[in-house]
Structure formats: C-alpha cells, structure tokens
Design a protein around this ligand. Structure first.
Ligand code: SF4
Length: 354
C-alpha cells in the first residue's frame, strides 16, 4: 500500500512548484510531489536530488501516451511555439486527481501564479483550467490563493487561508525572497521546469512531425528528439551524432522505417521514416543513403562510391552511392517557418464558425 499524504502537488522542479509545496508543508501537512514525464519535459534523474535539497518527496508520473494524443490537436491551441499550455495544465490536473485515492490525499496544489504568464495564468484561464480539469473542489493554488476566491479546501478548514500567499504578476522578487530568506535554499531553481515545446529549436523538430504526420504517436516524438534531424518535404531522416544516438535509432526503428548503415567504414546510423502509406521511391532511398554516407569521414575520404546497407523490416539490400550532402531531395534541418500560418489553419479547422 502507498504511503498516505494530505496533498499531491504538481512538481515541475521550477521555483514556484517548490514554494507551493513548502507553503503547505509549513501548515504541518504532508505533500507528495508529482513530477510529470513525457518526451517534452521531465527530469526523473533529478528527483532524488530535489527531494534532498527542497525536502519534498517526489514521484515520477509518466503521461507520455495521453500527452502525445492531446498535443496532436489541443482544444485550446498552442502558445508561442508548439506548447499547448492550457491543455497541458488541464491534463496534468485531471491526471493528478485520479491519483488522489491511491495516496489517500485530500487535495491538489499547483504553483501557478495569477498574471504570471500571458496565456495560461490569466485569472479567467486559471478558472477555465480548474473547471475543465474538474478539480474545482480539490485544487488549491497556495502562492496566489489570497488573490483568488476561497476554495473548498480552505473553506473546509483543511488549510488555513490566513497562511497562504498573495503573489501575483510577472515579477519574481517575492519568490526569490522566500527561497533565499525564509527557506534558505542553497540552490535556487530556475523559474520554469524546462519544457522543450517552448524552445525554438526543439519546437522546429516537433512542428515538422505535427505538420506532416496525420496522427503522430509517441515513437514519432521520441524519434524527433534523437540525433540530427533532416526533412525534405514529408521525407524524414534522423542521423546519429554519436554512439548513443545510433543505438537509440536502432531501437526506435519500426518495421516500415528504413535503417541505413555505411558498409566497410565507421559511420552514423540513419533512420528514414515514411509517413503512413507513403513508402519512399527507390530514388529517395538512394538519396538518403548518399546523405547518411556523407557523415562518414572515412567513406568521404575514400573518394569513391561506397556501399550503404538499407534495411526495412527483415529486408536488407546494399546500395552503392557517392557520399553527398547536397542531394536532389535537398535535406534541411527543421525550423519553425510557417508555424504561425499552420496554427491559424488548425484553429480554423477546430472552430470552423469562428
Ligand atoms: S511550458 Fe510545457 S510543461 Fe509548462 S504548461 Fe506549457 S506545455 Fe506544459
């Protein structure tokens, strides 16, 4: 049986999530941090350290499958990059609610601060998130509670409202004072939890998958996080940058994928993933093979055509190609060009009458 706690906390590892836990612990209540994991966020390797440094017990909670499903078409759209912050919060809170019985916990806490983020932390959005996640009766936001209406958690006497906080807005002064002064943390966590969906470079990788794949799955987003990414139209190629990448690409290869390996020379592994029902032409396969071979310095230095094994499921054949970076397909690294227009189009499909 799991140990019981008074509250479960959304624990990203960012400063606000830490302070929300401490504020409730200060009332003599026990808190378990839930650290959500997906291909886009989550640092499970830091849990032990965070527990020690901040004095909060934390468990990892993997929501990858349901997260990817939501990311394909979030009801409330994306933020600046491909971050679906509103639906992300809804998903985390509603998932956390399902865990309350398992830990005998009575309420949820989150480190949200009203007015801190333009999209997901406006007062009306905080209410929308709470209502859609169906956590109105159990959610408490300790850092900004005094700026919000009293919650059932406070009204029932479970938590003393007088000892909650009234932080609001974008500034971080109050949080830093608490972290350094009241709690004497030697390490001040960064404001956010580090989400790849908000970072331009990673967003470019995920955008291509969302744009070209009709129903991307977990394996697609895992692949988009691995190695050097290249796209040519809807042709997708990942090339290993080191041994770890190469091993991982082999693991990620699905039966319909093309796995490229330079024969007779050390070189990277390449993984070509066709979109569903769109097998590559023989020319495209040779093109990708030549491109992968161009990352083998010894193959290039040989100055002659080389053999590349192209494997697809149980089938293996060797292709002779001249290593080349400038191929007819024109492989290019992913970026976010066209992201804005794509989002507008998606929003139109979601709400055809707006
Ligand atoms: S930044 Fe990432 S983890 Fe944070 S709410 Fe937005 S989508 Fe979710």
């Amino acid at each position: 049986m799991n140990k019981h706690y008074d509250a479960l906390a959304l624990f990203s590892g960012g400063l606000d999530s830490v302070l929300a836990c401490k504020t409730i612990q200060d009332q003599g209540l026990s808190v378990l941090g839930l650290h959500f994991i997906s291909p886009f966020f989550g640092k499970p390797h830091l849990l032990e350290r965070w527990s020690r440094v901040y004095g909060v017990e934390i468990v990892p909670v993997d929501v990858s499958e349901k997260y990817v499903e939501m990311l394909r078409d979030p009801a409330n759209g994306y933020g600046k990059q491909v971050n679906p912050c509103i639906d992300c919060k809804i998903l985390m809170l509603s998932h956390a609610r399902t865990l309350l019985p398992q830990y005998g916990a009575k309420f949820l806490i989150s480190g949200e601060v009203v007015g801190q983020r333009p999209m997901s932390q406006r007062r009306d959005t905080l209410n929308q998130i709470r209502n859609t996640a169906e956590v109105k009766d159990v959610l408490l936001r300790p850092l900004c509670a005094l700026k919000l209406e009293p919650t059932p958690v406070e009204e029932s006497g479970l938590v003393d409202r007088e000892r909650l906080l009234d932080i609001g807005g974008r500034g971080r002064k109050r949080q830093l004072e608490l972290a350094r002064g009241k709690y004497g943390f030697k390490e001040i966590p960064t404001p956010g939890g580090g989400c790849l969906l908000t970072e331009t470079e990673s967003a470019g990788r995920f955008f291509q998958v969302l744009k070209h794949h009709p129903a991307p799955g977990l394996s697609d987003f895992r692949l988009s996080n691995q190695g050097r990414q290249l796209w040519a139209g809807d042709h997708w190629l990942a090339v290993g940058r080191n041994k770890d990448d190469n091993d991982r690409l082999r693991e990620l290869a699905a039966p319909a994928d093309y796995l490229f390996d330079v024969v007779g020379f050390p070189g990277p592994v390449g993984l070509g993933r066709p979109m569903p029902g769109r097998a590559w032409s023989p020319e495209a396969v040779s093109d990708a093979a030549a491109f992968v071979a161009s990352y083998s310095p010894k193959a290039v230095a040989s100055g002659r055509p080389v053999r590349v094994a192209a494997m697809r499921g149980p089938n293996r054949r060797e292709i002779v190609v001249a290593p080349c970076r400038e191929t007819p397909l024109g492989w290019a690294e992913p970026d976010t060009e066209g992201l804005k227009e794509w989002k507008v189009e998606r929003a139109g499909l979601r709400n055809p009458l707006s």
